[in-house]
Ligand binder design. Structure first.
Ligand code: CA
Length: 350
């Protein structure tokens, strides 16, 4: 029943959004990127419109014209990879209702304490916080909490969806998996990176020219992937070091830092605040030197996360925000919850 509904959603999206887009501009269907190679990365799917990391959300982002779809990857008790952002289930599922008593002492329900079969019993819900025992949406204007039916899915299921759509549409949309929380997985006895690479290899992602970027916040682990795991498995992939200001702002500022990163990575994925001086105001944008140093080192730059609900004080609106990053600072792609608005912006740009 669920599958049937999902298929209907695909059909609808592809007939209305995607297919009409094809008729209007056939070139866009094949080049796989927009406006001078700038790429649109669907952050956790079509997160502005449907619950994050659901197959429905991924199909919608695909139909909206994303170049890459993002997967955050967390391991289960039975060593499967599921597509979820958090290592806990508290904020995007009804786990408290289905498995009461399965929380750890800290009150959290960890993905790693459940098998894939158990996780499939949960409903996925638009992201929320629990306030006085009640669910409160993180983004109040997004998909309503607890409506319709969405499920957790494995990494393989998502790759099969994207590769299936690539076959049926003739497009070549890429994947953008993230190895989540390496330290936690290691503590639980799981080699999450090796598990990710095994699946990538099985599904044909083995070369730098394949439509994939593999990302992590953990520089040491990304270096291990580059120096040890990829050569061991006979693979070469484009790697992205994610950067998060509280942990990474200081060392990133040091001269030569980007040259070091470029020894094992192909791109950086910084929080967008790291690219813009705090002195920036509307009409007067001052870039930090990060973008120029990263580009000089040969790294691509894919900052996160672009949302219509979160417009920084230096931008007038979402379009202005996109223009600042993509054409003033000159980044190579962005992570967005709003693939449609970003693709439309790039299509309209002369
Ligand atoms: Ca991510």
């Amino acid at each position: 029943m669920y599958l049937y509904r999902l298929l209907r959603v695909f059909g609808y999206l592809i007939m209305t959004g995607f297919y009409s887009g094809l008729l209007v501009n056939p070139a866009l269907a094949y080049n796989g990127s927009h406006n001078g190679g700038k790429i649109v990365i669907a952050h956790r799917g079509a997160s502005g419109y449907l619950p994050e990391h659901t197959l429905a959300g991924k199909a919608m982002a695909y139909a909206m014209g994303a170049d890459y779809l993002e997967q955050d990857l967390v391991m289960t008790k039975d060593n499967r990879l599921v597509v979820l952002h958090d290592i806990i289930l508290n904020h995007v599922t009804n786990v408290r209702d289905i498995f009461p008593g399965r929380a750890r002492k800290d009150g959290n329900y960890y993905v790693v304490d459940f098998t894939l079969a158990e996780l499939k019993k949960l409903a996925v819900i638009e992201r929320f916080n629990l306030v006085d025992g009640k669910r409160v949406a993180v983004f109040k204007d997004r998909f309503p909490l607890g409506k319709s039916t969405f499920r957790i899915h494995s990494f393989e299921e998502e790759i099969e969806l994207i590769q299936g759509l690539n076959k049926s549409t003739g497009k070549n949309v890429g994947i953008y998996p993230e190895i989540k929380n390496v330290a936690f997985h290691n503590k639980e006895g799981k080699d999450v990176s090796r598990a990710v690479l095994k699946i990538l290899k099985a599904y044909g992602y083995t070369k730098k020219s394949d439509k994939i970027y593999l990302q992590s916040f953990n520089a040491r682990e990304l270096k291990r992937v580059h120096d040890v795991l990829l050569p061991e498995m006979g693979m070469k992939l484009k790697l992205v070091l994610l950067l998060w200001p509280p942990d990474d702002a200081e060392w990133v500022k040091k001269p030569g830092s980007m040259i070091k990163v470029a020894k094992y990575a192909d791109a950086i994925g910084p929080d967008k605040s790291m690219l813009i001086s705090k002195k920036s105001v509307i009409g007067h944008i001052i870039a930090t030197d990060l973008a120029s140093r990263a580009h000089a080192a040969g790294l691509e730059i894919h900052p996160y996360t672009f949302r219509t609900e979160q417009i920084p004080p230096y931008a007038k609106n979402y379009t202005d925000l996109l223009n600042i990053f993509l054409f003033k600072i000159g980044v190579d792609g962005i992570f967005t919850d709003f693939t449609d608005k970003t693709v439309n912006f790039l299509k309209a740009k002369p």
